[in-house]
Write a protein that binds this ligand. Structure first.
Ligand code: ADP
Ligand code: MG
Length: 435
């Protein structure tokens, strides 16, 4: 999919109003019926219909005529809404070239009024289809890490939102009303559309990036978040995967290991720590990016995940750089110790970032919810978004299907709307630096 921001200029106020109406309608409709768009937008004399024609022409909405006459946003439509909001906040003035295609994101260079350049990451959760995850899980056997990780990542997203929702509702809730938790589960189960998941992913990434940056980790400076978009510092460097020769391989290797250990000492395991998610600059300084599937060191599989991150880096240096840490006697240690890091994390106690960010993921209820969702969800392919270009060949066997996650049908529309409002509040609190 190409992001043609020139279209932004040709769209009228009414066009955006109708685009926003489709977005609002999608909070509780997979396909938003025409009369609803008409009434939300409040345009007279078939105004909404005329605008929809323009939006269709620019591929910002998708028309469905099978079940009933209705529309839904395309990724591009969602992109435009996010970009417009960031423009309105004065954070960006123009969108430039695409600098990255991730498994589940697209990254663009953007500028502000002063000509400063930033990176804008647009999350595309659901680009990898659930069906694929499911079939992989079925035949991968012992190598079922992928789906497990994917599920924990969804669970982590959910938990993060739950935690926030819990925090926001706790004050109002009756103390002995222990049904609250179940209600929240229901609310979120209703909201599993790609749009919603991408938004949670961006929200989470922004919060993590901010927290890690605040604690002195080398990550891009987090600037703003709207919908599924994260605005951040543009790192002056290239992904380590593109590098074949290093002036100081031992120093870079040690820096990577040190980073894994320091994260664990603050209670976190990255889980996708590899040459794709490390950027390196001219001075051979590393910046860590992309942390949607971080888990807590108290996670049941923590040690395995920690070791896998370590092995990824060792393998990369062996195979691609030609540096063998295991043969380098000048190294103080080849690999960091999980136990030592955990001991340090324990000493840090409640100030652990995992506790702060609730990255621990998987509890039984979440697992049940996700399973129910996987079993019941329809996966629809989406030709207009299928650019087939994203592929990351990190340590993990990642797949690259471009299908979307179909949202589950909705009955309790009020609940869904409540959840959305809460997420909005959560976004606001992240922006205000309270998260
Ligand atoms: P995904 O989650 O889809 O894997 P990433 O966050 O890893 O996306 O970004 C994909 C690519 O985009 C990176 O490999 C890198 O080349 C580029 N990129 C991402 N963020 C930045 C940034 N802040 N500065 C410079 N390049 C970036
Ligand atoms: Mg990545």
């Amino acid at each position: 999919m190409k992001l043609d921001v020139n279209v932004l200029r040709y769209l009228s106020k009414e066009d955006f109003r109708v685009l926003t109406a489709v977005e609002m309608g999608q909070k509780n409709h997979e396909i938003v019926p025409m009369p609803l768009i008409d009434s939300i937008s409040g345009l007279k004399h078939g105004g909404a219909f005329r605008c929809l024609k323009t939006l269709l022409q620019h591929k910002l909405v998708h028309h469905e005529g099978q079940k009933y006459d209705g529309y839904r946003l395309t990724y591009m439509g969602y992109d435009f809404l996010a970009i417009k909001a960031l423009v309105a906040r004065g954070h960006i003035a123009g969108v430039g070239r695409q600098i990255g295609v991730g498994k589940e994101s697209d990254i663009f260079e953007v500028t502000n009024d002063e000509g400063e350049v930033f990176a804008l990451k647009l999350h595309r959760l659901g680009r990898t289809s659930f069906r694929d995850v499911k079939s992989k899980r079925d035949y991968l056997g012992t190598r079922s890490n992928y789906s497990w990780l994917y599920l924990s990542r969804l669970a982590a997203l959910k938990e993060f939102a739950f935690m926030k929702v819990g925090g926001l509702t706790a004050a109002a809730a009756d103390d002995d009303d222990d049904d609250d938790d179940d209600d929240d589960h229901e609310v979120f189960a209703l909201n599993y559309s790609w749009l919603y998941l991408s938004r949670l992913a961006a929200l989470e990434e922004f919060a993590f990036m901010k927290a890690l940056g605040d604690h002195g980790f080398p990550v891009p400076v987090a600037i703003d978040n709207n919908r599924h978009a994260v605005l951040m510092e543009l790192v002056d460097g290239q992904p380590l995967v593109q590098v074949r020769e290093l002036a100081h391989p031992a120093a870079v290797y040690s820096a990577a290991m040190d980073l894994i250990a320091r994260l664990a000492a603050r209670g976190l395991i990255h889980c996708d720590f590899n040459e794709f998610n490390l950027l390196i600059d001219e001075e051979e300084t590393l910046t860590l990016i992309d942390f949607p599937q971080m888990v807590s060191v108290s996670h049941a599989n923590a040690e395995e995940l920690f070791d896998r991150d370590v092995e990824c880096i060792i393998r990369f240096f062996n195979k691609k750089i030609g540096y063998m840490p295991q043969l380098d006697e000048s190294l103080p240690s080849i690999r960091p110790s999980f136990q030592a890091a955990v001991a340090e994390a324990a000493a840090a106690g409640a100030s652990g970032l995992d506790v702060e960010l609730a990255a621990s993921g998987f509890n039984k209820n979440h697992a049940k919810d996700l399973q129910a969702f996987l079993d019941g969800s329809e996966v629809q392919s989406d030709a207009e978004d299928a650019d087939g270009s994203d592929s990351e060949e990190g340590c993990e066997d990642e797949d690259e299907d471009d299908s979307e996650v179909g949202s589950s049908g909705s009955e309790a529309e009020d609940q869904a709307a409540d959840a959305d409002e809460l997420t909005e509040q959560l976004a606001a609190s992240c922006r205000d630096g309270q998260a």
